[in-house]
Design a protein around this ligand. Sequence first.
Ligand SMILES: NC(=O)C1=CN([C@@H]2O[C@H](COP(=O)(O)OP(=O)(O)OC[C@H]3O[C@@H](n4cnc5c(N)ncnc54)[C@H](OP(=O)(O)O)[C@@H]3O)[C@@H](O)[C@H]2O)C=CC1
Ligand SMILES: CC(C)=CCC[C@@H](C)[C@H]1CC[C@H]2C3=C(CC[C@]12C)[C@@]1(C)CCC(=O)[C@@H](C)[C@@H]1CC3
Length: 311
Amino acid sequence: MIDGPSSLQSPQGHHNSSPKVRRGIGLALCERLLTEDDQIHLCLACRNMQRAKAARISLLSLHPAADISILQVNLGSLKSVCQAATEVKQRYRQVDFLYLNAGIMPNPCINLKVFLSGLFSRKVIHMFTTGEGLLTQKDQITDDGLQEVFETNVFGHFVLIRAIEPLLCHVDSPSQLIWTSSSNARKSAFSLLDYQHIQGQESYSSSKYATDLLSVALNRHFNQQIRIFTNSFTITPYNGAEALLWLFRQKPELLDPLLKYHSCTSGLGNNYVESRKMNLEEESSELFYQKLLELEKQTLKKLSESEEEYK
Ligand SMILES: NC(=O)C1=CN([C@@H]2O[C@H](COP(=O)(O)OP(=O)(O)OC[C@H]3O[C@@H](n4cnc5c(N)ncnc54)[C@H](OP(=O)(O)O)[C@@H]3O)[C@@H](O)[C@H]2O)C=CC1
Ligand SMILES: CC(C)=CCC[C@@H](C)[C@H]1CC[C@H]2C3=C(CC[C@]12C)[C@@]1(C)CCC(=O)[C@@H](C)[C@@H]1CC3
């Protein structure tokens, strides 16, 4: 099984030999999965090996008998994604659960006007749970020539899924693909004509809506995977992992691919999962899927040509 990257960081943010564990949803999920069943094999796919090792040590301190391995992957680099996929195919015959957890929101900037008017309106709870229209981000371009938020949150995952497809599609024991979206996903922030969100300033909202769209198309094409979402601004990573853990226990064939599963916390602090219909059309999901197949073809060709040049 592969988990999304763990969230670990040294106290000052730079990497040293013993980084402090920064607890994100990925690590909280691993802890909860092992508490549920410590016989599973966990593979932590992380971009930073120091943090991955520290995450492994932290998990082993709680579950000494656990079987945990690590793998390097930077989702913002197609070369790294392809190398990771090759490594996965060498190591495993099947992946039962693929949790796609990594997601970035670089340089967030709060719109104070929207925040203050939201604070004194009836939409205050909606604002705090979805952050709708509250934040803008400054995106940048990766070495692959793609928008960083799009490549990290969407395209890197997409290429990885497709590259390890043979390990996911076993007829007798289908795999589950669980992809973390957000309640910040917004249709109006996304455009099929600008799916990388080059022109706007809400790349995070756009990328999470793209995740929702893709999950529907992936489900249609593979019919074995499911998609998930972590709701609202999570008070703790433990709460944020609620829906992810709940999905671990579900039979995928009983889940509706047009629903999103939200991790929620009540006023009394109890966690629960709520499903809500996604605001999307299946035709758009298919169109987007086809566009990504085309982009994958182009970018992988460019990558292999540049690798040939360096030989
Ligand atoms: N926190 C919240 O309120 C909510 C979060 N979400 C979503 O949940 C997911 C996890 O969020 P959370 O735990 O809060 O966030 P964190 O920032 O704590 O964790 C995100 C993880 O993604 C990893 N990552 C970032 N970029 C890359 C990359 N290029 N390649 C590989 N891994 C990468 C980071 O690795 P590294 O340790 O190297 O930085 C980090 O471990 C995200 O997808 C987020 O969008 C959704 C709704 C609400
Ligand atoms: C300036 C003061 C006093 C408060 C600002 C609060 C915001 C920083 C905060 C309110 C709602 C939050 C939120 C998110 C980020 C931080 C807020 C805007 C997210 C956008 C984080 C990532 C997600 O995926 C969303 C679900 C969150 C929605 C709510």
